[in-house]
Design a protein around this ligand. Sequence first.
Ligand code: PLP
Length: 390
Amino acid sequence: MTRPRDIVSPVAGYDWPDLVKEYGSPLLILDCEVLRNQYRRLQKALPKVDLYFAIKALPNETVIDVLHKEGCHFDIATQGEVKLLEKNGVMATKTIHTHPIKRDIDIRSTLRYGCTTFVVDNEFELEKFVRYKERVGLLLRLSFPNPDAMVNLSKKFGLSVEEAPEFISKAEQLGIHVKGISFHVGSQSPHSQSHVDAIVKSLAIIEESRKTRDIPMSILDIGGGFPINYDGSSIDIEKFCAPINEILETIPKNIRVIAEPGRYIAAPAMTCITSVIGKAVRDGTPWYYLDDGVYNSFSGQIFDHAIYPKFTLKQGATMASVLAGPTCDSIDVIAESIELPDLGIGDLIVAPMMGAYTSATATEFNSLPKTNIIAVNVEEMASTTITRIQ
Ligand SMILES: Cc1ncc(COP(=O)(O)O)c(C=O)c1O
């Protein structure tokens, strides 16, 4: 819990306390160099797959800009995300809309933007596209429940494999083009076998559709789920992706494979610095109250089930302690039984790996503002400059 040697500030010449002095606390630091590296590493590990960054993980203009310059595509799910891309000048041809449930106004505004690929997973949703059938191509989202994933994304969404043939026939009757299959094996999926199994089953449906119904499909969307290590160590993503690449070697050449990674690209790119603002001893245990908590940047501990690594910069004998957030609610506890040295008001806690599903799900409960974000290394190879972005 005290600072390991590699937890250094991403800003040359600024240690963590200097950043707080200059930009205030709490603070999120987005390191665009890490963002670029994560994107490049995943793209290299999946050379035949086009990556569509899932904006929901870290909806932020600088993030979009940096990834756009890298050649990344984007996965959008709401009108707000469409606006973010429009503002950044991202061409609609680089996007797909992946929310299985949409209002007519969502479909219309997305079409107005120019994005024509949508995801559906049931017949009610299919009917919404009858009036737009000349303009759209749909991906059918299948469900592949995965108990090993940190976040299950096949309960709320996805059609079962067994129901797929009937759905495809229904779409054909309505004159709507189902141009591919999509799935999400769950976020932070620890084994790539889950991706492999889902690919095999999806390919069987694509093949069956071609053979028996003469409906050729051209897209296989293998979703997100690519994991990171929340202990801060780097994951061997090449090893993780090797079995996926092996199975992708077998697929027909006319099928384009795409993916929607969020967490893998965003999580390691942001670090939170938060300060002790209050202290108490309750039943013999030290409680430290911080200026950030589960209603704000640490909201991922509630919504995303993530536990971020946390370090103090202070040395000394440690004891089991509690870290709590600043709101009046008792659920606002970040860590219990965490080994910490004796901390004082103003001491800092540094939490890396806080780029995905953190500021994205932060609230302003208790009228406390969301944590400011500064970006470093926005331009590649530039000497370190810091930009306030939120
Ligand atoms: C439709 C869809 N695509 C992609 C993602 C990103 O997944 P991950 O962050 O696991 O890569 C999500 C996450 O919720 C999602 O719902």
